[in-house]
Design a protein around this ligand. Structure first.
Ligand SMILES: Cc1cc2nc3c(=O)[nH]c(=O)nc-3n(C[C@H](O)[C@H](O)[C@H](O)COP(=O)(O)OP(=O)(O)OC[C@H]3O[C@@H](n4cnc5c(N)ncnc54)[C@H](O)[C@@H]3O)c2cc1C
Ligand code: SF4
Ligand code: SF4
Length: 1001
């Protein structure tokens, strides 16, 4: 056998590699340090710079790349979503990203029950396409929205319902793959094998026979064993056979091989019928031990899932406003005592009645086990779905812990037989406390794989504790005859435990398999065979030598600048975390690379990625670029370099990530911080200034007769727009908002301040720059609606101007000007908030600035008071309606109302009030468009270089949905959203205030 390449010894002529890839393929080649840096990490603690990154467009590109790499001796690392937790996708290799182009469904055969797919397809996308056929691919990993089938096969992934469906290996029927020399080979049933596949199959079979006794002695007998290669396919050791009829399928050799044996070209997957009905019984336990001990009995009822949520997770969910009401539907609070653990026991099948009975059986079983009346029956599908969401969010809730200590994944999927689960978890809890840490337990009780992550600070002695805990955990796994690697694969953190698990002889046999498939050790070297040490610091993302550059920030990031206690999880006071960038770097480091921002579901995050599918234009890509720049890993002065600028270029500051990123990475705020530094050093353009100072000069335009008319000619005479673009880089293809003389302030709408203070129903309507200058009718509509219900409405203004939140300054990186503008507003508005008079606004991005950016501009408590007293128009009216103070008389609405939520409304969960309000109109049936950002995003869509990508964002869902409903009223509260809808679909969208006004009796 050849000696494999040592993990870190890869000497490559990158330029020559890139040149060949560029000339011999049609794919995208990246060799710059920032691009490689974005592919240097996955959801693990590790980081290694790849040699280069390749994004192939065709299958031919991939074969060519493999062959070029083979010629030059460059290792190859195939990559999906990069969501692995053990470092599988990090390595000094040519990383090939399948997710952009290599992601198609090739064939669906319902009769024979399979689907053929390319490896880059995401599980959720596949299942969305299968749904109409009433079938699904049931390996339902928690990362379904971003994990690819190739990556799932690479890791032998396992879903929550593996007790019913098995792991990936149980659900793959065949794999067409390229070997390390580029040779295409089909792997399927051994009896049909031919050529190279047969040759390899026979070789591995002979190894299996040779080591049969050793396999029987050493191989864990649990279903959740994913370590090493599947040498046991010839003599199954798993609780669940690999095939139903006992045949040998050579494709199974490749499942779990982590890209180290062959490169998947396409996979044949077994389809399962989509269960028509599901029921859920939630078992409440007064002790964790009892919960663990009960799992072995519960599985006898043949559930499709048994998932654990422990006390810490229950408490965390209960303290989170988004989850509180949902988790409480699952709890039986006996005399106010929260259960120590709950088990979510799901039954699924074709008929509802037998499944309902199963929940009753569960109740009886628990009574027999000495726990009567501890089951919450959940038959309603919506309630079940909501609870599963909370369970799925479990890890994310934990990961949002601020400070350098983080829950680290390295023993989080050890699998033990169910009868030992209670003892195992108890013993491991003692190990954690011995090392000054604590574990929060959750997940797959049905198969003895409980997730648990002790909190470790990898920058301060975490590596030593990690090894010590791993060694003690391993001893427990051995004692209870379990598997050390039971779900997330081996990668770097479990590679060295393969030998521990299987012993030297089998490890050598695994090495022989590797050699037979990949004699020159080119596919993902260092994974499974000859792995590095799990605690090799040179492979860490945050080694002890990790340092951040000092930075005087424009915004206040001190709430991230903290450290935490690994046991209590309490954090120190803001500003005490020792971050030389005042907490900015720590906020960036909150990104743990889990890849959730790659999702395409109903939420907002991340519109730029949804259009380009480039890692650079993804929240994660931006966070990684920033982290590397702030820690001097992209070269000198990298923070202000083109690399960071490019990464931010398409970020539309939609705040989607602020809400939807599990760890709350707030890239919109980071962009403000970054721009404030970049623009200070590189200067502001004419366009920046035109946009930033708009709130000031707009009043002069309205005041000078004839000026508004003259400026509006730009929208009528194409030559002027063209000239304007040359001068300002504002796209000639866009119409600009129409200037007018009757701005909200010049129209003298509303009541005086004296009347306001004297009123029983006072409200301050803040006329923002956009509605106030360009859409006075929205302000008038809001006033009419409020006054019709007896409110006294006051619109604050100052001499020749209005109070502005500073949004346009923030968007241009002029934080000092924004702060001055905000301070002025704050000073004036505190007169109202001091008297508890509500402040309401129509423009979501402006009013929500008072609740968001104002809090990080150093204003202290006065900003908090203002934030509490500020609401969107619809939030205010809904709260008033709930308090019985708002019940307008409205005419019925005959037309369909299509609603597009502004992304900042979505980010602040402020879309629901619009729907609630609309439902007050008799017969109204508002329908929410499942859209991400409209793409206009303030000035973004007006910028000539962004015009096209802006429209592409709108074309993803928003514009097609509007075109499909030609007779509907379109509602959009954001002025730039309305503009995009006008430009893209030629439809007038209305603010909710206008719609209410239209329906006033
Ligand atoms: C929050 C969180 C929750 C998770 N929950 C689960 C869970 O419930 N169950 C579970 O099993 N895992 C889970 N994981 C781990 C991970 O998401 C899964 O293993 C997932 O299937 C990986 O998919 P991916 O597309 O990101 O693969 P990647 O991480 O990109 O790749 C995984 C492996 O597959 C190889 N590979 C990718 N494409 C190919 C190809 N074309 N040919 C050959 N090899 C290839 C790679 O080289 C790598 O070794 C979780 C991870 C996180 C961060
Ligand atoms: S930005 Fe958030 S969602 Fe994206 S990878 Fe990082 S932590 Fe995950
Ligand atoms: S603010 Fe929006 S565009 Fe920017 S990274 Fe977050 S989700 Fe993506």
């Amino acid at each position: 056998m050849n000696k494999p390449l040592a993990y870190k010894e890869v000497m490559i002529d990158t330029k020559f590699l890139a040149k060949r890839l560029e000339s011999e393929t049609s794919g995208e080649v990246m060799t710059d340090v920032a691009s490689r840096g974005r592919y240097a990490t996955d959801a693990s603690i590790y980081q290694t710079m790849p040699v280069a990154v390749f994004v192939p467009k065709t299958a031919e590109d991939i074969v060519a790349a493999i062959q070029i790499a083979a010629d030059l001796g460059v290792p190859v690392l195939p990559r999906g979503g990069g969501t692995s937790q053990c470092g599988q996708t990090t390595g000094p290799a040519l990383v090939i990203d399948n997710t952009k182009y290599f992601r198609n469904i090739l064939d669906i055969n319902l009769e024979q029950g399979y689907v053929d797919v390319q490896p880059g397809i995401v599980l959720d996308h596949l299942n969305a396409a299968l749904k109409k056929h009433q079938v699904w691919y049931p390996v339902d990993v928690s990362t379904a929205a971003q994990a690819t089938i190739g990556g799932m096969a690479g890791n032998n992934s396992c879903g929550s319902r593996s007790i019913a469906y098995g792991n990936m290996v149980h659900n793959v029927l065949g794999v067409d793959a390229w070997l390390a020399d580029g040779q295409a080979t089909s792997f399927g049933l051994m009896k049909n094998a031919a050529g190279k596949a047969l040759e390899l199959g026979q070789f591995v079979q002979s190894l299996a026979h040779q080591h049969q006794a050793e396999i029987e002695a050493k191989w864990p007998k649990v279903m959740r064993r994913v370590a090493g290669y599947n040498l046991d396919i010839f003599n199954n050791q798993s609780e669940r056979p690999y095939t139903q009829d006992g045949q040998v399928n050579l494709a199974h050799l490749l499942i779990g091989s982590e890209g180290s044996l062959a490169y998947y070209k396409q996979l044949r997957l077994a389809l399962s019928p989509l269960p028509k009905h599901k029921t859920l019984g939630v078992v409440n336990f007064t002790s964790f031990y009892e919960a663990m001990d009960s799992a072995q009995h519960i599985v006898k009822l043949m559930p499709s899932a048994v998932e654990l949520v422990d006390r810490t997770m229950i408490d965390l969910s209960r303290s989170n406003p988004a989850f509180k009401s949902v988790i409480e539907t699952a709890l039986i609070d006996v005399a106010g005592k929260t259960p120590e653990a709950i088990l979510l026991v799901e039954f699924s099948g074709e008929e509802l009645a037998p499944l309902e009975k199963k929940v009753k059986d569960l109740d009886s079983l628990m009574a027999d086990l000495g726990h009567p009346g501890c089951v919450v029956e959940m038959i309603n599908a919506e309630s079940q779905k909501n609870l599963w969401e909370v369970r799925k969010a479990g890890l994310n809730i934990m990961m949002s812990l601020k400070g350098d200590g983080k829950p680290v994944s390295f023993i989080e999927d050890c699998a033990v037989p169910l009868e030992s689960l209670a003892e195992y978890t108890q013993d491991l809890t003692e190990v954690f406390s011995k090392y000054g840490s604590r574990g929060t337990w959750y997940a797959h009780a049905s198969v003895g794989t409980l997730h648990v992550r002790p909190i470790l600070d990898m920058r301060r002695g975490g590596a030593q504790k990690m090894r010590a805990i791993a060694e003690e955990a391993a001893a427990l796994v051995k004692r209870y005859k379990g598997a050390f690697s039971g779900e997330h694969g081996d990668g770097i953190c479990r590679g060295e435990w393969i030998q521990w698990q299987f012993g030297p002889k089998l490890t050598e046999a695994l090495g022989e398999i590797k050699h037979a498939f990949d004699p020159n050790n080119l596919f993902n070297p260092g994974k499974i065979i000859n792995p590095p040490k799990m605690d090799d610091e040179s492979l860490f993302r945050f080694p002890q030598t990790y340092r951040v550059i000092p930075l005087k920030t424009s915004l206040d990031w001190s709430s991230w600048d903290v450290q935490n206690d690994p046991v209590t999880e309490k954090t120190t006071a803001p500003g005490t975390g020792g971050d030389p960038s005042g907490g900015f770097a720590k906020a960036v480091e909150m990104c743990n690379n889990n890849g959730h921002c790659r999702k395409f579901d109903a939420g907002t995050m991340c519109p730029s990625y949804r259009v380009t599918r480039d890692e650079k234009h993804l929240t994660r890509g931006r966070a990684n670029t920033l982290r590397l720049a702030l820690s001097n890993q992209l070269g000198k002065d990298a923070f202000l370099s083109e690399d960071v600028k490019e990464a931010f270029d398409l970020c539309v500051s939609c705040k989607g990530c602020k809400r939807e990123c599990p760890t709350g990475v707030d890239m919109a705020k980071m962009k403000i911080e970054y721009l404030s530094h970049f623009k200070k050093s590189h200067g502001w353009t004419l366009r920046d200034r035109l946009i930033a100072h708009l709130p000031r000069y707009s009043h002069h335009i309205a005041a000078i007769p004839g000026l508004a008319f003259m400026l509006n000619l730009r929208n009528k005479i194409p030559g002027l727009a063209f000239l304007g673009e040359k001068l300002t880089q504002i796209s000639a293809k866009r119409s600009l908002p129409t200037w007018r003389r009757d701005t909200a302030w010049r129209s003298m709408i509303g009541s005086t301040e004296e009347a306001l203070f004297a009123s029983a129903k006072p409200v301050v309507l803040w006329a923002d720059t956009f509605n106030g200058c360009f859409e006075t009718e929205n302000i008038k509509a809001a006033v009419n609606v409020l006054e019709a219900s007896g409110y006294t409405v006051h619109i604050p203004q100052k001499k020749q101007g209005h109070y502005c939140c500073g949004r346009t300054y923030l968007a241009s990186g002029m934080v000092d000007e924004a702060r001055a503008s905000a301070q002025e507003l704050l000073n004036t508005f505190s007169r109202y908030t001091d008297k508890n008079i509500p402040i309401i606004g129509l423009e979501p991005s402006c009013i929500l600035t008072l609740r968001d950016e104002f809090l990080v501009m150093g204003f202290g408590d006065s900003a908090k008071t203002l934030a509490k007293g500020s609401q969107t128009f619809e939030e205010f009216l809904v709260s008033e309606a709930n308090a019985g103070r708002f019940a307008p008389e409205l005419k019925a609405c005959e037309q369909q109302i299509l609603l597009h939520g502004h992304c900042h409304q979505k980010s602040f969960d402020a879309v629901k009030p619009i729907i609630t309000l609309l439902k007050m109109i008799p017969q109204a049936q508002p329908q929410l468009i499942e859209s991400s950002c409209c793409g206009m995003a303030g000035s973004f869509g007006y910028e000539s270089e962004h015009h096209q990508v802006s429209l592409q964002m709108a074309e993803l869902q928003l514009l097609p949905a509007i075109r499909q409903a030609p007779d509907a009223i379109v509602l959009a509260d954001g002025s730039s959203c309305r503009h995009q809808i006008k430009d893209g679909a030629d439809r007038e969208a209305l603010h909710v205030a206008r719609i209410l006004e239209m329906h006033l009796k």
